[in-house]
Each structure stands twice: as structure tokens, then as C-alpha cells.
Design a protein around this ligand. Structure first.
Ligand code: NAP
Ligand code: MG
Length: 484
């Protein structure tokens, strides 16, 4: 049934240009979260498969992949981007089935993947070192070289976008990649690898080994043949990966969670702000690292913002991915239980509004209606901890100083938004907010692949996206010639 449903067999792994079963032939079941039904099987990759994939990546670097001109790498990635573009519907359907994402949001992810490949395809031959004006008698310059074998461990919430920003940039820089997708979201990674073959990517430049985090993921993170690890996921796993990489003295990029705020001041253009306030909380059912789960509102507009957000919430509909409503299901029963646990911890709070799960939503699906809480104290667990579900908290503040203290008052620092017409305040807050990205009178800037992205504090370190990612996926070498 596997191949008929998906157009390929998802129980195979890709190592060195060959699709095959994992060592030992293990499999994991594949669930459709909209129905809670098993719809197929994926491979349970092992440490032995990771060994083989790292070996194959090394061989690719010593072989045709390593010998390619930067411009040719760029052409390959651009061709791959066009293939992704031509297969948006297929990729979006797979993603919707696998992670429960409403179809139009899955299409947006596929378009973003194509755009990453277009961007990094164009950038591949434009990243270079520079001459250095050193002492007379010397000629000195720097070179930017690939790390070598890069490991990519990604989560289930935006597989296509994260493949684009991480694998896309690493390949553009000339690394050879081993990708371990999340157990709950492998289909688009596998479909992407097939398109990469079709585009002509040499064998071993991209290897894909699905499997369990503690098995395949841990084997990749601690592998002595890996030269750089890019991880996107939770804080505890990120810390474990950094520790594993440290034993091999290997650099890591960590894109972890967030508890990101949008600050709404009394002088804000509320008509402009409203759609951003709500969408940034409920997109992908709130399972977004950069979700605006905290809405900080100045007292003089608190009632108005609460009422207007509540009116939008009351109209939100949750249902199966193929119905393409505002929200789909959560990824799993475990994630649903986790979010419901937070909702019970919010029983002492004032519920401003709650959306609905449509009556005909399939019974086994992992649905949680979106919840908006009013006037939440900043110290409450719902206002401090990452919930990773469709739950937003409105937190009142009196003045700018208090807004900054609350905004910076969590362990995280991924992104922040500010809504105010006061230009001086915008500039002050852009500097004072602890976050990797600050948005002034918008939130997310449309996702821009050009914009360096990453966190501070428990949100992680290192930057992906934009040109900055190419620096992260490369090593700077200094060459000094003494010629007199
Ligand atoms: P997760 O449990 O940390 O898993 C992420 C990846 O790590 C998965 O591929 C997982 O594999 C793997 N993994 C698990 N244990 C591992 C181990 N011991 N060694 C190596 N790999 C291991 O996170 P998640 O639940 O999938 O994703 C949700 C979290 O990711 C949230 O906290 C969210 O904020 C964060 N996130 C951050 C960003 C960002 O850019 N900052 C983006 C998206 C998500 P399996 O799933 O197969 O076990
Ligand atoms: Mg799934």
C-alpha cells in the first residue's frame, strides 16, 4: 500500500544514491493526524545506516560532488527549486497527510522550499573570501570552504521550510548532507530527495535516514565523521546534541523554541495589527517556533484589543487538513495531551474566546480548538512556557519599561513584534528586546528567506536563512604568502 499511496516507498532510506531498507529492516508506522489512522510505514534507520550515510557523504566530497564548480552547484540547486515548484501540489498533499497541516499552509511551505533553493542556488557562486592588507612583503587572503559532512536533524512542524534553509544552504556551500527527518514527518523529506536525484545531484551529496531520535538522531549527532550539526527542535534535545557534538569538538547550530511576544502600544494602528496578532498565534495550529504566543497590550487599549481578538477567535474553525480550514489537528495524541495539560493549568484564567472544532472532524484526529486567555499575569506558566499549540495569552502592561521587562522575562529570545506609531519608541525597542529578529509594525515579514534567523538564550544560537547561513555552513581559512 505504501508506494500506491505516496508515489514512492517511504520505508526506504537514501544512502550514497541507493534507496534501500534500513539495516535490520525495521519500520515505524506513519500516522495521519487528521484521522489518527496509520496510513503506511517508514524506515527505522539505525546507527549502522548513519555510519553508511556519513561514509557516503565523505565519498561524495572526495568524488564528483566535491569536484563541482560553485556555479554548477548553484545550477543544480536552481534546477531542484524548479522541480519543487512543479511538484507543489504533490508535496503539499504529502505534508497535509503526514502532519495534518491545512492544504494551503502546506502549499506555502512547498513554495518556501522552492524559494530557498532559488535563493541558495543563486548565492552558491557569490560567497568568497577576501584579501587582507597585511604587512608589506605578504599577500594574504581568506577562503570560505565547506565544513565537509553536515548533519541535519529537523522537527515535524515545518519540514519543507527547514530542509530549504538548512540542507539548501549547506549544499550551496559545498557540504555533503545527512538528513534525519522527524519520525512523525518524513514524507516530504523523502520526496525532496527523489527530486534532488532527478535534478542531477550526485550520489551521496544528500543522504536521508529516517528513524527514531534516540537511535538514528543520536548516532548522527555523536558521529566522529560529521563536521557540523544543524539542529532544529526542542531545548532538551538541543542541549543533548550540543553535548554530543562537543565530544567531537564539532560546531552546532541550534534553532530551539520560543515564547515570542507582540507588544501593542496605545498609539498602534490596531486595524493593521489585528490580523498579525491572531495569525501569528494560530498558524500551523500554534506549532511554530516563532509563534506569537504572548500578546502584550497597553492598558488603554486592552479592552478593545481583547474584544477584537476574541471576535476573530470565535470565528476560527479547526478540522482535517484536506478541508483546509484555519487550523488542522496537532501532530500527535501526545502533543494534544500536552496542550490540554496546559489548558487545564489555565483553568484559573479568564478565557476570552475559544474557536471551534468542526462537527464533522474525524473522531480519531488530534484536534484542539484555539484558546485565547485574557489579562494573564506574566508569571503564569501559560505566559512563560512554550506550549506549542493554539493557545495565546494577552498580558497587560502600563508603560514601555514594563513592556520591555515582561517581553524579556522568559528564558527564550527568538522573535518579537512591536506595534506603535512612535518612531523613536520603535528604535528603542528594536535595541532593547532580547530576540534574534524584531519586527516593527509587522510580524514575520512574510517569512523572507533572505532574513537571518535564530535565537538567543534558550532559543538557541547560530543563524540560518539569508547569506548568514552560508557563513555558518563554511569554514574561513587564512592564506598568508611571504614573497618579500
Ligand atoms: P524534538 O523532540 O527536539 O525533535 C526534533 C528532532 O530531534 C527530531 O528529528 C527528533 O527525532 C530528533 N531527536 C529526538 N531525540 C533525539 C536525540 N536524543 N538525539 C538526536 N536527535 C533526537 O522536537 P519536536 O518535538 O520535533 O519539535 C518541537 C520543538 O522544536 C519545539 O520546542 C519548537 O519550538 C522547536 N522548533 C524550533 C524551531 C526554530 O527554528 N527555532 C523550528 C521548529 C521547531 P524523532 O522525532 O524522530 O524522535
Ligand atoms: Mg505523520
Amino acid at each position: 500500500m505504501n508506494a500506491d499511496t505516496f508515489g514512492f516507498d517511504p520505508a526506504e532510506i537514501l544512502v550514497g544514491g541507493t534507496w534501500r531498507a534500513p539495516e535490520g529492516g525495521g519500520r515505524l508506522s506513519l500516522e495521519d493526524p487528521s484521522r489518527g489512522a496509520v496510513i503506511g510505514e517508514i524506515a527505522r534507520g539505525t546507527a549502522a545506516d548513519i555510519d553508511a550515510a556519513v561514509e557516503a557523504a565523505g565519498a561524495a566530497l572526495r568524488g564528483p560532488w566535491g569536484a563541482l564548480a560553485a556555479a554548477e552547484r548553484g545550477r543544480l540547486l536552481s534546477r531542484l527549486g524548479r522541480l519543487v515548484e512543479q511538484n507543489i501540489e504533490h508535496l503539499a498533499t504529502l505534508e497535509a497527510m503526514d502532519v495534518g497541516k491545512p492544504l494551503s499552509q502546506a502549499r506555502a511551505d512547498a513554495r518556501a522550499l522552492a524559494r530557498y533553493l532559488e535563493f541558495y542556488g543563486g548565492a552558491a557562486d557569490k560567497i568568497m573570501g577576501e584579501p587582507n592588507a597585511y604587512l608589506p612583503g605578504y599577500t594574504v587572503y581568506t577562503l570560505r570552504e565547506p565544513h565537509g559532512v553536515t548533519g541535519h536533524i529537523i522537527p515535524w512542524n515545518y519540514p519543507m521550510q527547514i530542509i530549504g534553509r538548512s540542507v539548501g544552504a549547506a549544499l550551496a556551500m559545498g557540504n555533503a548532507c545527512v538528513l534525519k527527518p522527524a519520525e512523525e514527518a518524513c514524507l516530504t523529506a523523502l520526496a525532496f530527495a527523489r527530486l534532488a536525484e532527478e535534478a542531477g545531484l550526485p550520489a551521496g551529496a544528500l543522504n536521508v535516514v529516517p528513524g527514531l531520535g534516540e537511535e538514528a538522531g543520536a548516532a548522527l549527532a555523536g558521529h566522529p565523521g560529521v563536521h557540523h550539526i544543524s539542529f532544529t527542535g526542542s531545548v532538551p534535545v538541543g542541549a543533548a546534541i550540543q553535548a554530543a557534538a562537543a565530544r567531537n569538538v564539532v560546531p552546532v547550530t541550534l534553532e530551539l523554541g520560543g515564547k515570542s511576544p507582540q507588544l501593542v502600544f496605545g498609539d498602534a494602528d490596531l486595524d493593521a495589527a489585528l490580523p498579525f496578532l491572531v495569525n501569528a498565534g494560530i498558524q500551523n495550529a500554534g506549532q511554530t517556533c516563532s509563534a506569537a504566543s504572548r500578546i502584550l497590550v497597553q492598558r488603554d487599549v486592552l479592552d478593545e484589543v481583547t474584544e477584537r481578538m476574541a471576535a476573530r477567535y470565535a470565528a476560527l474553525r479547526t478540522g482535517p487538513a484536506d478541508a483546509d480550514l484555519d487550523l488542522g489537528p496537532l501532530i500527535s495524541g501526545a502533543q494534544k495531551a500536552r496542550v490540554e495539560g496546559y489548558l487545564s493549568r489555565g483553568a484559573d484564567l479568564e478565557l476570552a474566546a475559544c474557536g471551534e472544532v468542526v462537527a464533522n472532524a474525524p473522531g480519531g484526529g488530534h484536534y484542539v480548538a484555539p484558546h485565547l486567555f485574557a489579562a494573564v499575569p506574566p508569571g503564569h506558566p501559560l505566559a512563560r512556557e512554550e506550549i506549542f499549540g493554539p493557545v495565546q495569552t494577552i498580558i497587560p502592561f502600563e508603560d514601555e519599561a514594563e513592556a520591555i521587562a515582561i517581553a524579556n522575562g522568559t528564558d527564550f529570545g527568538l522573535v518579537a513584534g512591536v506595534w506603535s506609531r512612535d518612531g523613536a519608541r520603535q528604535m528603542r525597542l528594536a535595541r532593547k528586546l532580547r530576540a534574534g529578529q524584531v519586527f516593527l509594525n509587522n510580524y514575520g515579514a512574510g517569512g523572507g528567506v533572505e532574513l537571518p534567523f535564530g535565537g538567543i538564550g534558550k532559543s538557541g544560537h547560530g543563524r540560518e536563512k539569508g547569506f548568514e547561513a552560508l557563513y555558518g555552513f563554511s569554514v574561513l581559512k587564512t592564506v598568508a604568502a611571504l614573497h618579500g
